[in-house]
Ligand binder design. Structure first.
Ligand SMILES: Cc1ncc(COP(=O)(O)OP(=O)(O)O)c(N)n1
Ligand SMILES: Cc1ncsc1CCOP(=O)(O)O
Ligand SMILES: [Mg+2]
Length: 230
């Protein structure tokens, strides 16, 4: 595709201020991300989280953990998700997603080609791609057949070291032009999520605000009721 710079793509200055959610789009939903490390009680924590409110998807994102250990941990979590019709997404590895029979995979820019993931996982797999703060990467991901594009980190986070801080207007720009869903991620809490929802996020991807909630993960999910209109 043509190699536009992101500055070239900021065509309409009103995108920066026009934060009015498109009524035609489905309501914004919650996309839960696991903590980078989990303990033996995590299935119980996930169960509680899923009792807190509607969760559209759960991503198993374990970092610096051996693949066999991830595979062992996945079974009970995957069953919990299946019982509740929550999509079970594996982070980083299309091969592991295939092995586990996951509903999809999330790929960062260094995690492999979405086209290869599609060939491996088939037409019904949900394939997401990290696009940081880049309109160009998002359009590339869309052309490569991604099912969603993810922008972030919108806010400071201790869950991951991040180098990009998009403005919420990137969500307005995306949703004005494309039907493909967009995910907002990075430091999102029930208290700071409103501008992202208003700007058009189709999903809020949240980790720390749920697992670190002072009253537990059920309350952590439940806290999003107001901003997500449940
Ligand atoms: C929904 C969602 N968005 C972005 C990411 C980040 O993916 P990546 O850039 O590959 O970083 P790691 O998560 O692998 O550290 C994500 N996992 N999920
Ligand atoms: C995986 C990831 N990618 C960008 S920010 C982030 C961390 C999300 O976790 P939190 O909701 O705790 O900031
Ligand atoms: Mg990754």
């Amino acid at each position: 595709m043509t190699d536009f710079s992101d500055d070239d793509l900021k065509l309409d200055p009103n995108f920066a201020t026009r934060f009015e959610r498109d009524d035609e789009r489905p309501p914004c939903q919650l996309y839960l991300i696991s903590p980078p490390r989990i303990g033996a009680d995590f299935a119980e924590q996930l169960k509680q989280a899923l009792e807190g409110g509607p969760v559209a998807a759960f991503q198993l994102r374990l970092k610096d953990v051996d693949e066999e250990e991830i595979a062992r941990a996945a079974g009970p979590l995957q069953r919990l998700c299946a019982e509740r019709e929550v999509a079970f997404i594996v982070n980083d590895s299309m091969e592991l997603a295939k092995r586990l029979g996951a509903d999809g995979v999330h790929l960062g820019q260094g995690d492999g080609d979405p086209r290869a993931a599609r060939a491996l996982l088939g037409p019904s797999a949900q394939i997401g791609v990290t696009c940081h703060d880049s309109r160009h990467l998002a359009m590339e991901a869309g052309e490569a057949g991604a099912d969603y594009v993810a922008f972030g980190a919108f806010y400071p986070t201790t869950t991951k070291e991040t180098a990009h801080r998009p403005d919420p207007s990137i969500l307005s720009w995306w949703t004005a032009l494309f039907e493909l869903p967009c995910v907002a991620i990075g430091g999102i809490t029930a208290h700071n999520a409103a501008p992202l929802v208003a700007a058009g996020a189709d999903f809020l991807a949240v980790s720390g605000a749920v697992w670190g909630h002072e009253s537990g993960p059920c309350a952590g999910v439940g806290a999003f009721a107001g901003v997500l209109g449940w």
